[in-house]
Design a protein around this ligand. Structure first.
Ligand SMILES: Nc1ncnc2c1ncn2[C@@H]1O[C@H](COP(=O)(O)OP(=O)(O)OP(=O)(O)O)[C@@H](O)[C@H]1O
Ligand SMILES: [Mg+2]
Length: 306
């Protein structure tokens, strides 16, 4: 949205006092405080983001975002549509590099190493920082082939030299990886007797767990999820939520969600982005939902806008 866009202008008719001016999209105007995002999470920092700015052409999609994401926990990203959640998530494994108009400034460190420095191997980075998207996107191949795709690509199955030369996989290693990944994604019991079936024949919820299995098969450290349950029914959603909580015991999970209940249920800490691409508040999930510092965050959480 450009700065001259009338939709972004302050609605003077709803002005009551300095603190409660509303914009036409219902947001209160307030001065954000740096300490609202200065959250010191429990646990080691896995991803350290410093002064991150993203522009798409002239549009400023993310403004000076600094945030430390702790390992082995679930961090939820919430906020109204267009506030930059997906943009932020894509910065964490350099998926925005694929968008020609995007320019990214600032630093993102994974275990203390800047992922934007020259010479970073993007294939390796995306193996360490995997991603699961909003709509399940399995390949039109067998369930087995979907899960073994990544390990084959990365050479984790072709362990022997001959296998590497001929491009063939070690069948036992492959079998084990497929089973372990599907078990970890809580899908094994439902598909173990039909691994050769086309993945597109699975239900939406099963397809999404298959995509999570595909992501786990390459042994990532961080799993980014962009609204992973928004296309699913309540039962499939609750399976994904259980899975997210379970995965956080071993992985660092960062999940974008439009559902406050979901964020409250599954996450340890919550980052709230608001209009203009600003990170407004970041804290323990309980604190964010029970007593946020920002009036705008409180309004957003209580459904007054967004
Ligand atoms: N590929 C792109 N090219 C240009 N502008 C983009 C692109 N992707 C996102 N934007 C813009 O950047 C801003 C943030 O978008 P983003 O998709 O990150 O928001 P979001 O918070 O994920 O929204 P939603 O909740 O609707 O998914 C928006 O103004 C959007 O129009
Ligand atoms: Mg999005």
């Amino acid at each position: 949205m450009s700065q001259t866009d009338p939709a972004n202008a302050t609605d003077v008719t709803s002005r009551t006092d300095e603190q409660t001016v509303s914009t036409t999209d219902g947001e209160t105007v307030e001065e954000t405080q740096p300490e609202w995002t200065n959250y010191d999470a429990d646990g080691e920092t896995k991803l350290a983001v410093e002064n991150l700015d993203v522009h798409y052409g002239d549009d400023h999609a993310l403004k000076d975002v600094s945030i430390d994401i702790p390992e082995q926990s679930v961090t939820a990203l919430i906020g109204p549509s267009g506030c930059g959640k997906s943009t932020f998530l894509r910065c964490l494994n350099r998926m925005n590099d694929r968008i020609r108009s995007a320019s990214i400034n600032g630093t993102v460190e994974l275990d203390g190493e800047d992922i934007y420095q020259d010479g970073v191997d993007l294939v390796e980075l995306r193996k360490r920082v995997g991603m699961v998207f909003q709509s399940p996107n399995p390949f039109p191949k067998s369930i087995r082939a979907n899960v073994s795709y990544g390990p084959r690509k990365h050479g984790d199955i072709e362990t022997g030299l001959l296998a590497q030369l001929t491009g063939r996989a070690d069948p036992e290693r492959e079998e084990e990886l497929v089973r372990l990944s599907l078990e970890r994604a809580a899908l094994w019991e439902e598909v173990s007797d039909r691994l050769e079936d086309n993945a597109l024949g699975l239900s939406g919820g099963q397809q999404q767990r298959l995509c999570i299995a595909r992501c786990l098969a390459v042994d990532p450290e961080v799993i980014l999820m962009d609204e992973p349950a928004s296309a699913l029914d309540p039962i499939a959603t609750s399976k994904i939520e259980d899975l997210i909580e379970d995965l956080a015991q071993d992985y660092t999970v960062v999940v974008v969600t439009h559902s406050m209940q979901q964020a409250a249920r599954v996450s340890d800490q919550t980052a709230v982005f608001l209009t203009g691409g600003e990170l407004v508040e970041y804290d323990d999930t309980e604190k964010i939902f029970e007593s946020p510092e920002s009036q705008r965050v409180e309004d957003y959480i209580s459904g007054k806008f967004g």
